[in-house]
Design a protein around this ligand. Structure first.
Ligand code: FAD
Length: 314
């Protein structure tokens, strides 16, 4: 049968996660379709069609998908589900909003946060805040999976001499009328988004104030990186919630992760385990973060960070 990927996009641009999900889907060795549900979303559909190894793009271009409300999206997924053995969405707020609803309507147990595909019906996923990996085998006829994008490399686009996938128009299922779009609040765009940044600079409770947290933002800006934080720093109001990394925040896998004034609690560490290089700055030589850091600097972040920023700028 076939695999369906529910694509995250902004109507005019395809989300980067789709490229990672295509790599995940290729392990099933069957035809892959991508669903682009949106409004005036031709550009996103064309972009999806250019990814190598895709059979067809299902384009549902209609007002009821203008804001990708979960109730309307889930209904569409249910309508399409009969043609598929695997339905994938990213394990982020977009996918987690839609797929569990679709799974409930289809009476299927979804498998969340898949980090490795062992075989077409067997998947590895983190449990206990990432401290253990559980391998689950699903005996259901349909596998509904949220996939951790950072665990799969991004698929490439078609070569010049390869044809793009066909774009097929599918009709919508109408507005369920269960939710209404009110407004979109845009986040601070000075820094790249946490989920895809190559460099992340994160601060913890030790920053002690919103004003001091600017040190983290300044270093991130100097390195063209994203800003991260622990839950303690977020709860204390030093930085907005969208910057939280960890079990109840975002899971990241940057090339470089700099943790300043962060103890390394398991709930935080579960979100940074896949970082390629970790640098930790902490006054306490016994801080758990040093156990997983590639480079550790024992010292006061209020001395180290300004010096680092100064040297990087010169
Ligand atoms: P602390 O643990 O207080 O550590 C501060 C560190 O700064 C210490 O190691 C200290 O030595 C060091 N320090 C102090 N002064 C300086 C200085 N001047 N220079 C350098 N170092 C200094 N946490 C998350 O981050 N993400 C989550 O998603 C998350 N989810 C959770 C879910 C649940 C259900 C629960 C119970 C907790 C969760 N937590 C989460 C909270 C987590 O348990 C920790 O409390 C939190 O991560 C600690 O944050 P911190 O490292 O900033 O603070």
């Amino acid at each position: 049968m076939r695999t369906l990927i529910i694509a995250e996009h902004t109507h005019t641009k395809l989300g980067k996660t789709t490229f990672n999900l295509v790599t995940a889907a290729k392990t099933f060795k069957q035809d892959i379709d991508i669903l682009i549900a949106g409004f005036e979303c031709d550009t996103a559909a064309s972009e999806a069609a250019s990814i190598s190894g895709i059979k067809q793009i299902l384009k549902a271009d209609s007002k009821e998908y203008a804001h990708q409300l979960a109730e309307n999206m889930a209904d569409l997924v249910v309508k399409l589900a009969k043609n598929y053995t695997h339905i994938l969405a990213p394990a982020n707020t977009f996918g987690r909003n839609i797929l569990p609803r679709a799974a409930a309507l289809l009476d299927i147990q979804p498998v969340a946060n898949v980090m490795r595909i062992v075989s077409p019906d067997t998947f590895a996923r983190p449990v206990y805040a990432g401290n253990a990996i559980k391998t689950v085998k699903s005996k259901q006829p349909l596998h509904i999976l949220t996939i951790r994008p950072t665990n799969f490399t991004a698929a490439s686009r078609n070569e010049y001499d390869t044809e793009d996938a066909d774009i097929i128009t599918v009709s919508g299922t109408g507005d369920k009328g269960l939710s209404t779009y009110l407004r979109r609040v845009l986040s601070d765009s000075r820094h790249p988004p946490l989920s895809h940044a190559a460099i992340v600079v994160a601060g913890g409770k030790a920053l002690a104030s919103k004003t001091n947290f600017k040190l983290i933002e300044d270093l991130a800006e100097t390195l063209d990186g994203a800003v991260g934080a622990t839950r303690s720093a977020v709860d204390a109001g030093y930085i907005a919630n969208e910057h939280q990394i960890g079990q109840t925040g975002q899971v990241i896998a940057p090339d470089l992760y700099i943790a300043a004034g962060i103890s390394g609690a398991p709930q935080h560490v579960s979100g940074i385990k896949d970082s390629k290089t970790i640098i930790a700055i902490n006054t306490d030589k016994d801080a758990p973060i040093f156990n997983m850091a590639d480079y550790g600097i024992k010292g006061d972040l209020f001395n180290i960070l300004p010096e680092l920023i100064k040297r990087l700028k010169n």
